[in-house]
Design a protein around this ligand. Structure first.
Ligand code: GLV
Ligand code: GLV
Length: 320
């Protein structure tokens, strides 16, 4: 009999290769399965293909007594208790690399949108408020020549540095790893302390995974160290930033603006004060959302899933 697979959402790719040797059930609703539903779905399955909206905790992993592979369609996997999976020798796969450029592109789009107030400008025009050319209409920040501070210098952080090279920016970064001199030379980037980065940057952008160490990395103290003219970008994970302190920093003009693709919680709540700010651009977690990228992510997740079902090492794995 074929192994059983559950896929937690409709994927933007063809499942026929997978269907050749697995019984595949796909959750077709727009909203993810509720936790209790997911618990009942994983009983008896051999393989799980999940998304960052699915909470894969110890209880769920214990419930799935036949589970042999967890394949996540995302590079980040903070929604998965990898320790609990490893304890059962269940490999966990992710989709690194294929979304690096799309995410760096979106980061750059947010940086430029925030600096030059594109969203405000668009609303202004659509509201028919454009009366004349004005010397002081919608003035923003210069990008060219500014200092860019990159927090986390992995694939995505480096791809953001490459984009900055066309804008004559000074690039500084912090990272848990220091320092690859050749890489620094190639990307024209300089390692500095977290504090120095906050003090010197005109743009601060986050590219670290969410871990115990990066949870609430940004709070009151960090925003206070930043320039009042600085712009803050987050395309990583919402809870790296204390949301209330982000709001305070923006409403008190402690920093000039921000643009974020991630919030805590997701989706943002209808009563979040962040929604009232016009110096904040908010995108609904679309960093990797290009047609080609999402298809590559889905295909990679399927490749991982099939390898796991065959008992082979996953090509893109985060644990065993
Ligand atoms: C998206 O946020 C991802 O981790 O792939
Ligand atoms: C994510 O892919 C990273 O390494 O930055």
């Amino acid at each position: 009999t074929k192994p059983k697979v559950f896929i937690t959402r409709n994927l933007p790719t063809n499942l026929s290769i997978l269907q050749q040797f697995a019984d595949v059930e796909v959750w077709l609703e727009r909203q993810p399965p509720a936790y209790e539903v997911l618990l009942s779905k994983v009983r008896g399955i051999d393989g799980l293909l999940c998304l960052l909206t699915d909470k894969i905790d110890e209880q769920l992993i214990e419930t799935a007594t036949n589970l042999r592979v967890i394949s996540q369609m995302a590079v980040g996997y903070d929604n998965i208790d990898v320790g609990a999976a490893t304890a059962r020798k269940i490999p966990v796969g992710n989709t690194p690399g294929v979304l690096t450029d799309a995410t760096a592109d979106l980061t750059w789009a947010l940086l430029m949108a925030s600096a030059r107030r594109i969203v405000e400008a668009d609303k202004f025009t659509h509201a028919l408020r454009w009366q004349t050319w004005e010397p002081d209409l919608l003035l923003g920040a210069d990008i060219t020549g500014a200092t860019l501070g990159i927090i986390g210098f992995g694939r995505i952080g480096q791809a953001v540095a490459r984009r900055a090279s066309g804008f004559d920016m000074k690039i500084i970064y912090t990272s848990t790893k220091c320092c690859d001199k050749e890489l620094e030379k190639k990307l024209n980037a300089e390692f500095v302390s977290f504090e120095t980065l906050l003090e010197e940057s005109d743009f601060v952008t986050i590219h670290t995974p969410l871990t115990n160490d990066t949870y609430h990395l940004f709070g009151k103290t960090q925003f206070e160290l930043m320039k009042r003219s600085a712009i803050f970008i987050n395309t990583a994970r919402g809870s790296i930033v204390n949301q209330e302190e982000l709001y305070n920093a923006l409403v008190n003009k402690q920093i000039a603006g921000a643009a974020i693709d991630v919030t805590d919680p997701e989706p943002i709540k209808s009563d979040s004060p962040l929604l009232s700010l016009n110096n904040l651009v908010i995108a609904p977690h679309i960093g990797s959302a290009s047609y080609k990228t999402r298809q590559k992510m889905a295909d990679m997740a399927i490749e991982n899933l099939i390898s796991g079902l065959k008992g082979e090492q996953l090509p893109y794995r985060v644990n065993v």
